[in-house]
Design a protein around this ligand. Sequence first.
Ligand SMILES: Nc1nc2c(ncn2[C@@H]2O[C@H](COP(=O)(O)OP(=O)(O)OP(=O)(O)O)[C@@H](O)[C@H]2O)c(=O)[nH]1
Length: 229
Amino acid sequence: MTASNRLPTGTPSDTTRTALAWAHGARFLTTASQLDQLPQGDLPEFAFVGRSNAGKSTAINALAQRRQLAFASKTPGRTQHINLFELGPKDAPDAYLADLPGYGYATVERTAKLRWQQVMADYLAIRRNLAGVVLLVDSRLGFTPLDRQLLDFVAPRVTTGEVKLLVLLTKADKLNKKEQAAALGVGQDGLADLATEAADIGMLLFSAPKHQGLNDLAETVYGWAHPEA
Ligand SMILES: Nc1nc2c(ncn2[C@@H]2O[C@H](COP(=O)(O)OP(=O)(O)OP(=O)(O)O)[C@@H](O)[C@H]2O)c(=O)[nH]1
């Protein structure tokens, strides 16, 4: 497993610039409430998942450098849709970014929670072109039981290396250096059971306002979509 607490440095490398330019081209494609409404095909897809309020919309918007590409839901826990964004040249898209519903609102009724579980479990287990999962976890909270449950859904595909995993420890600007290092340590310990030899797992401290982890995030997902690059 790789872990990074790098702060942004001066001039980005060519690789970073390419990855950032690619991510900035993200555009909304479609929204789906069921898996069979998602486009089929072989384009690599990476999914952003996380507890609600973990900073998922903020991270997607920072990655795409758009103020409102991903919308924070106005009614907590009610948005059970998967929003899909397209990346790459407009006439020849080369990847999809999937924004999965946030989870963990205490006020959501049981039936909605069960429905969420089913959508996530099915998506993570079945979506054939799923290349990677970006799991957003508030760096001050670490993995919650629902994050663990989500990891369980995708674990069989992560441990074999079929699906890659990047954990973003969000809101790192709210922690001092010592707390950041501790959060990375706790996070890595929490993933020990997934870290097989075949698995491709990374972890980054992330701060949207400070752009911390942003270049690494762009490079990672670009790499997932362009394994030949
Ligand atoms: N300080 C700080 N605040 C952040 C950061 N990322 C997100 N936030 C704040 O955290 C709150 C939640 O962020 P969102 O991006 O809406 O969270 P979300 O995970 O999309 O939440 P849902 O829409 O409920 O699923 C907002 O007030 C953001 O401004 C960060 O890196 N640093």
